[in-house]
Design a protein around this ligand. Structure first.
Ligand code: SIN
Length: 288
C-alpha cells in the first residue's frame, strides 16, 4: 500500500496501483458531514473500491450509510432479509456444498436498464480461510487497449442478461445442493438488455469496459462466434493480475465498490466455515 494521505477529514491509504484503498478516521455508524461525504466520494472516484475497517454497523446503520451515498438500488432474484427489503444477507453455512454466491466475474445487476452505481458489503462473520473478494479495474484495462482496438469497440453494444444464473433454466434453477440463501430464479431473468460495451463514468469521465462473463451474453450486430471472439479477448485482457485488487475480509468491515468501472468475484475456498455478509446497493444511471 502507498503511504496514508489525509483527504479532508479522513485517512486514505491507496494500493500501489491506485485501484482500491483503505479509509480510516471515519465512523460510518453516525450521520456524516458534507465534508466527510465529499472526501469519501473523492476517494471512491479515485480508487473505485474502498474498504472501511472496524465498522461493525448495525443493519439500521448500514442502511443509513447507504442512503447517504444515494437511493437504494433494486435487488432482484434474491429474497431480502425479513423486514429489510433493501438488505441481502449473503450467507453460506459450514455444511453447504453448493458453489458460493458471487463466484463468477460480474458487475452487479448489469442487466438492469440502470444498474447500481455502488454495492456496499459489510462483513458479519468471516471464515478463517478463503472468502476473499477479487476486483478488476476495468477503466485501466480499457486505457491499456490500443487506439485501434478502442476505436473498434466504441460503437458496440453488449447484450446483458441475468439468465445464466437466475433464468428458468439457469444455474440456480438446476442446482440440487441446499443453499442458505433463497434465490428467486424466474423466466423474467432471461430478458436481455443492451448497454454500451465501453461506458463513460458519470463522475470521473473515464471510460471502462462494461462486460462480464456472468451477465454478458452477446454483442449487438455480431454473430455468436464473433461475439465470443471479442468477449473472449476482452476477458483475457481484463483478468490479468495487473488489474486486480484482492480484498481480504475481517469481521466488521465495510467495502464499497463502483460497479460502473469494476468487475468482482467472490473467491470461495472456505468450505466447512460460516460466512455472513450484509449487502445493499445504491441506484445508478443508465450507462452511456
Ligand atoms: C457479490 O456481491 O457478488 C458477493 C461478494 C462476496 O460475497 O464477496
Amino acid at each position: 500500500m502507498a503511504d496514508g494521505a489525509t483527504a479532508g477529514p479522513i485517512q486514505v491509504r491507496a494500493e500501489d496501483s491506485g485501484f482500491g484503498a483503505e479509509v480510516t478516521g471515519v465512523d460510518l455508524s453516525k450521520p456524516l458531514s458534507a465534508g466527510t461525504m465529499a472526501a469519501i466520494r473523492d476517494a471512491w472516484a479515485r480508487h473505485a473500491v474502498l474498504s472501511f475497517p472496524d465498522q461493525p454497523l448495525s443493519l439500521d446503520e448500514l442502511e443509513a450509510f447507504t442512503l447517504q451515498m444515494g437511493p437504494f438500488g433494486d435487488d432482484p432474484f434474491i429474497a431480502p432479509m425479513p423486514g429489510r427489503p433493501n438488505v441481502l444477507e449473503l450467507r453460506r453455512e459450514p455444511d453447504e456444498k453448493a458453489p458460493n454466491f458471487g463466484g463468477g466475474w460480474h458487475s452487479d445487476w448489469s442487466f438492469q436498464p440502470a444498474p447500481p452505481a455502488a454495492t456496499i458489503l459489510r462483513s458479519e462473520v468471516t471464515p478463517p480461510v478463503g472468502g476473499d473478494t477479487l476486483f478488476i479495474d476495468a477503466a485501466r484495462a480499457y486505457d491499456d487497449l490500443s487506439p485501434t482496438m478502442q476505436a473498434m469497440l466504441a460503437p458496440l453494444r453488449a447484450i446483458h442478461s441475468a439468465g445464466r444464473p437466475y433464468g428458468a433454466q439457469g444455474l440456480f434453477a438446476r442446482e440440487t445442493e441446499k443453499r442458505a440463501m433463497k434465490i428467486l430464479y424466474s423466466a423474467e431473468a432471461d430478458k436481455t438488455h443492451p448497454h454500451p460495451l465501453v461506458r463513460t463514468h458519470p463522475v470521473t469521465g473515464r471510460k471502462a469496459l462494461f462486460v462480464s462473463p456472468t451477465y454478458t451474453v452477446g454483442v449487438e450486430g455480431l454473430t455468436d462466434m464473433e461475439a465470443d471472439a471479442v468477449l473472449g479477448f476482452l476477458y483475457k485482457h481484463l483478468l490479468q493480475d495487473k488489474y486486480r485488487y484482492r480484498h481480504k475480509w475481517r469481521p466488521g468491515m465495510v467495502l464499497m465498490w463502483d460497479n460502473r468501472c469494476t468487475m468482482h468475484f467472490a473467491e470461495g475456498g472456505y468450505d466447512g466455515h460460516l460466512r455472513v455478509m450484509h449487502r445493499t446497493t445504491v441506484a445508478g444511471d443508465v450507462p452511456v
